[in-house]
Structures are given as C-alpha cells and as structure tokens.
Write a protein that binds this ligand. Structure first.
Ligand code: PEP
Length: 248
C-alpha cells in the first residue's frame, strides 16, 4: 500500500513575510492523517522553511540541485549541501528546467545520481507537450524521459516520479482522471523494466493544475499516489483542501 504524497512546488514565489503567513496557517491547521506532505521553496527560503516546519510533519525539499558534488560551478547548489541543511526531497527534471535551462535526460540522470548519493529523495518529473500528445507520442516521450533519467542508477529505493503534462502546468487545464491514470499505468509498467526500481512501491504523483475541486477524482485512480502542486500550493486554504482530498 503506497502512502499518498502531496508536494507543494512554490517555484520562484514568496517572501520571508508571505512564507511566515503561509506556513503559519499550514502548521497550525489540524493535523490531517493519511498523506505525507512536503513543500519545496526557493533555495534562499530553505532555512526559514526548515525551521518553521520542524514543529510539524511537513517535509521540506528543494526545486533542483547541481549535477556535480562540489567545485567551481558558480551559482549552483550541491545535493550534499541540501541534505546537510535538512532537506529530504529534491524535485528534478521539472519541465520549467527542461524548457528554460535546456535540461536533458542525461543531466537529470546525473542529478538523480548525486541526489540519491547525498541521501535525498528525488522527485523526477516527466511529461509530454501538447504537440507530442496530439501527435500520439505522449507515452513514448514519457517512457524515454524515465529511461533516460533512471536507467543505470545505483539505487532508486527512494524514488518518486511526478507525471506533469506540460500542457497542464499553470494553464488551468488538467488531464482527465482517466488520461492521468492511463499514463500512470504506463509509467508503472515502464518502471517495472528498470533495474533497481520497485515499481509497485514507487509513488507516481500527478501534477498540472491540481486544485481542490479536481484532486479527489485524481486521487481515486489506482495508480495516482498524490500530487505535485504549483499554483494551488501558494494559498494555505487551497493546499489544505488538496491534502484533505488525499486523506479521504
Ligand atoms: C508544477 O509546476 O509542478 C505544477 C504542477 O504547477 P501547477 O499546479 O500550477 O500547474
């Protein structure tokens, strides 16, 4: 039985003041039993968020890490630095990284390797564009991204996958529960063929305009094990409603 996981990806949003308010509301909300919950703020906000979350069950992660362990990589942040700070999770291969920073599957694979070696749990994002879906290539694209990021890794016990169709991110468009379930099933069967992955135990999250009013239907699908939430994670009431849907 996989425990549902709800992760908030705050992207490049927030200030010290707004984070105090948001996390104050999340931390003081009555504990919701069932799903595991995490938030991923910008790097500079990690110490503040880690301190505020220390009194709660909310885990903390980063939105990216370097593909290198350490060294002359100006502007980068290494996985061991995140682990030392107290992060548990790291989002890797997000479509915004692939789009704006030309991240390839090879680069994502290198990041997965350093993240796992540092003891972080990688949340590896995959997803097709609208054009790829319309061309009937969605499953092929997503399987290739998974293979590229995961094949040959030494250890993938802590792996989480997030299926995020690019056309659904921040657009208000959501994959229907059936479209999402079909892709999650495809992802799970692809994971079965990758050495070192326990496909049955690996959580596969859905991401892409998840909101309070569509979360329950998504979570009702047998292969959807939670959500990676962008916009709706920035308001406590909206995020809490999604967490409640995961607990139902
Ligand atoms: C995301 O960027 O990971 C995401 C799912 O964003 P949104 O929920 O805003 O579509």
């Amino acid at each position: 039985m996989r425990q549902l996981l709800v992760v908030g990806n705050w992207k490049m949003n927030g200030s010290r003041a707004s984070i105090n308010t948001l996390l104050g509301d999340l931390v003081s909300a009555p504990a919701i039993a069932g799903p595991e919950v995490a938030v991923c703020p910008a790097y500079v906000h990690l110490p503040q968020v880690l301190e505020l979350c220390a009194v709660s069950a909310i885990g903390v992660g980063a939105q990216d890490c370097s593909h290198m362990q350490s060294g002359a990589y100006t502007g980068e942040v290494a996985a061991p630095m995140l682990a030392e700070l107290g992060c548990r999770w790291v989002i890797l291969g997000h479509s915004e990284r692939r789009q704006y920073h030309s991240e390839s599957d090879e680069l994502v694979a290198a990041k997965v390797a350093v993240a796992v070696a540092a003891g972080l749990q990688p949340i590896v994002c995959v997803g097709e564009t609208r054009e790829q879906r319309e061309a009937g290539e969605a499953e092929q694209v997503v399987s290739a991204q998974l293979e590229g990021a995961l094949r040959g890794q030494v250890s993938l016990d802590s792996l989480v996958v997030a299926y995020e169709p690019v056309w659904a991110i921040g657009t208000g468009l959501t994959a229907t529960p059936q479209q999402a379930q079909d892709m999650h099933e495809c992802i799970r069967s692809c994971l079965e063929g990758i050495a070192g992955v326990d496909a049955d135990a690996t959580r596969v999250l859905y991401g892409g305009s998840v909101k309070a009013d569509n979360a329950a239907q998504l979570f009702a699908q047998p292969d959807i094990d939670g959500a990676l939430v962008g916009g709706a994670a920035l308001k406590a009431a909206d995020f809490l409603a999604i967490i409640s849907a995961a607990a139902a």
